[in-house]
Design a protein around this ligand. Sequence first.
Ligand SMILES: [Zn+2]
Length: 753
Amino acid sequence: MPKTLVIAEKPSVGTDLARVLKGPFKKGEGVLEGPEHVITWAVGHLVQLAEPDEYDAKFKRWRMEDLPIVPERFKLVVRDERSRKQMSVVTKQIGRDDIAEVVNACDAGREGELIFAYLYEKAKGSKPVQRLWLNSMTSAAMKSAFEALRPSEDFARLEQAARSRSEADWIVGMNATRAATIRLRSSFDGAVSLGRVQTPTLALIARREEEIKAFVPEPYWLVDASFEADGARTYEGRYHAGAKPRIATGEEAAAIVAACEGKPGKITKLDKKEQREKAPMLYDLTTLQREANNRYGFSAKRTLGAAQRCYEEHKALTYPRTNSRYLPSDMVAEIKPIAELVGMQAEYRAGAEYVTSLDLLPLARVVNDEKVSDHHAIIPTRSEHKLDKMSSDDRRIYDMVTRRFLAVFHPEAVFENTRVETTIGEGESGHVFRTRGKLLIVPGWRGVYDEVAADSRPKGEEDEGADQQLPKLHDGETVKTTKVAGERKETKPPRRYSDASLLGAMETAGKLVDDEELREAMKESGIGTPATRASIIERLITVGYVERDARALVATEKGLNVIRLLDAHMLTSPELTGSWEHRLGKIERGEDSREKFMGDIAGFALQTVKQLDETLKDVRIPRAKLGPCPVCGHEIGENRKGYSCWAREDPGCGFVIWKSKAGKTLTVPIARELIKTGYTEKPVTGFRGRSGRSFRAHLAMQQTDEGKWRVEFDEPWAKEGAKAPEAEADSNELATAGGQREQPAPVGERSAA
Ligand SMILES: [Zn+2]
C-alpha cells in the first residue's frame, strides 16, 4: 500500500505529528515509519542559495568589474556538512517507490514555505504535495489540520514571495557587500557586510548614536512647592509659566523661590475629568516582543524563543510568528472554552470567570476576518496547560499572553484625572504651581493584571510632574506653602534604541507612530517581518556593528563608520526597504508580479554597485595613532589585528593590544585609554561569554610572568579565576526559520574580529 510522506521543519514537530497519525511508528535514522505515513524533517534551512563561485569560479575573487552578480536561475546547495546527512535521508524518502504523496508540514508561514520549496527542489521531488497548515500544536488542532490538507497550489503565491525575499536578499547583500568591501579594503578589516534589511536597521541605530554624540546638554531649572491645606491634606505642585515648567536661568528660579517662600497659596483651579482607557488589543509577535522587552528586559530573540516553546513544546499558545492582532470569526466559539481552561489556574480565575459569564462577548476590537490572513493573534490554546513544566521565561510570556487574552474582553478602565492650580501672589505677579492627580475608579481590564493602578504608558514629559494620589481639595481654598525649592536639570540626549523601541521603529520603517491603529495600517511596509526581526538584530551584533549595553543597542565605531560612508545611500533608507517589503506582501496576494519585483531588485543592485564604486573610491580612513608606547615610548599604531608598537619600517618593542577580546573588538578609544592609564575607568560593554550571553567589565593592562603586557578583565571574578558573569540569560538558540542568515557569509574574506 502506498504511503504518505510528511516533512516537518524540525525533529520535535515530526515526533508530535506522529502522535496524531495512525501508528505504531518505528524510529529510524532521521525518520519515523508508520503503517500509512512516513515522517521526516528538515533541521531549519537544510538547503540555501549557492555562493557566487558556484556559478563561475572567477567569482572566487572579489572584483568590481564582475559586479553586479545576478544569476539567471538560482542554484541551491545543502547548507553544511551537518545538514548533508539529514538531506540524504529526506531525499531518499521522497524517492521511495511506495511514497505516493508528500505533505509539507513546515512552519505555516513564508519562511516555512521557503524551507520546503528549496528542500523539495534540491531533492528533485515530483510527487503531488499537500500543505498542512497549523495555527496551534494541540492534538485536536493537528488532527483537524490533517483532515483539511490543502493542495500546494493554494500556496504558490506564498512560495513566490518567499523565493523573491530570499533571492532579493542574496542579490542586494552579495553585491553591496562585495562593492563596499572592495572599495574599503584599505580602511576596514575584513568584509563590510551590507544587506537589504540589516543596513537600514543599522542606519536607524547609527543615526541615533550620531544624534547622541552631537548633543550638547543645556541647563534649566524646575521649581517645586509643597502645600498643606487644613487637616494635614498635603500635595506637591510644580511651577509653570503658562504651560511650561522649565525655567531658563538659575537667577529666575531663585527669584521665584524667594517670591513664594512662606507665602500662602490659593487653589485657583480644580478640574476633574474622567478618562476611559480601552484594553489593549491582542498580541502579534512584534508587540509581544516589545512589551516583554519593556517589562522584563527580554531581547526580541529571547521572547521569540519562549513563545516558540510555548507553541511547540507546551502546546499552550498559538502560532507566534504572526502579524495579526485579531481573531477570525470562526474562532468565536472557542473563546469561552479557552477562558474556562486558563481559569483553572488560581491567578487567572477571576478574569476568566468574568469572560465566561458574559452573555455577549465584546468582539468589535477582537474579531476581524480581513485582518487575519495566515495566522491570527497569539492567544492561549484550547488544551490543558502544564505551567509547572515551563521555564521562567516561558511562564512569563505565557502569562502576558493569557492576561491579555482575558483583558481584551473586559470593559474599559476608568480614571479620574484631577488638575489643580495653586497660585501664590495676586494677579500679574502671581506664581502658578500645577498638580496632577490620577485615581483609578473602575479597574475594568486592568483588574486582570496584578499591578492595577500602574500606568503602562511611558512617562514622556516628566517635567510636568508625576501623577499623585491627591487628598480631597476644594476650589478657592487657601493653603500653606511649606516648602519651595529650585532644582537644576539638564536637557537629555535622545535615548538609545532598546529591542522594544527598535522593533517599533522597524515596524513603521523608522517613523515615529504612537497610535496603535495607525501602526496597524503601516505594518505592511516595515523593515523585515515579525518572524525575522529578532534575527536581524542578532546579525548586526554578530558582525560587530552593534553591541548590547544592558537594554540599550549601541552602534560600534565600525557600525557608525559604515553608515557614515554610505551617507544618504538608498540602501540606508528604511522607507525604501519598507516599500520592498510591501511589494513582497503584494506578491503573496497576487497583486504584484515576482518577475517585475526581481527585475527592480536587479536594477537596484546595479545602481548600488555603481554608487558604492563612485562614492567610496577615494575614501581612506586614516589608521589611528594611539599615543606613545608605555614600555619604550615609540608611537603605537593600529593594524589589522591589534594596536602595536611595531611597524614595517620600525620594529619597536613588541608591545601590543589585541583587538579581539571575548567576542568584542576593542575600539581605538579603549586602546588609547589602556595605553595612557593602564586601565579603563568605566566598564567596557559588549563582551560575550562562552554561552553567547553579553557582559561588561573593566579592563586593565597586566604583566605576565614572562614580562609581557596583556589586557585582562579587571574584576573580582577574573582574579578568582572564575568564569565571566552571565549578564543576560539569552542562550535559547533557535534552529528555526527566523534564525537564518540574511545573506550568505562572504567567501574568501574573513572578519578579523
Ligand atoms: Zn614599545
